[in-house]
Design a protein around this ligand. Sequence first.
Ligand code: SF4
Length: 159
Amino acid sequence: MRVAATAEGIQLVHLEILRFLSIANKYSNTAQSLCDYLGQTKGSISQSLKLIEEAGHIERKACEKDGRVIRLHLSDAGKVCLKRMEVHLLPDLPDDEKRVTVLKALLSDWQTQNSSQGFGQCKTCRFNQSLTGHKFKCGLTGEALSKSDIDKICQEHVF
Ligand code: SF4
């Protein structure tokens, strides 16, 4: 990650923020969620957000449902930058369902043991309701979820 960030001339934490915003769902794309996810202080996250906003990698928009909440979005330039960095991030390993299952179970146990809350993938959340016709619903908010929503991570996630 460090190599990828350096190649783009950005800091590691900026890469982590761009990655988070590319996978966070519509309830989790806020500065507060970023603090919780990365375990950093509000001051430090707000400084990083200022820099990557100035670089044109993110945009802030008021929440459509609650104008007091500011939601963070990757800009087109941010998406392109992240795509360039992602080439360096994931090892080119063969698909192996068994290893992935073991890894998921390990991470889930680790999260539970550390009393870490949230940020699991929506489709593995106990509140996720699968309806007919590839439609989904969040049992917590009562809102409809799309197929792409359920691949994202959520701060309210519970296994
Ligand atoms: S089902 Fe769970 S993970 Fe998905 S949006 Fe609702 S609370 Fe979040």
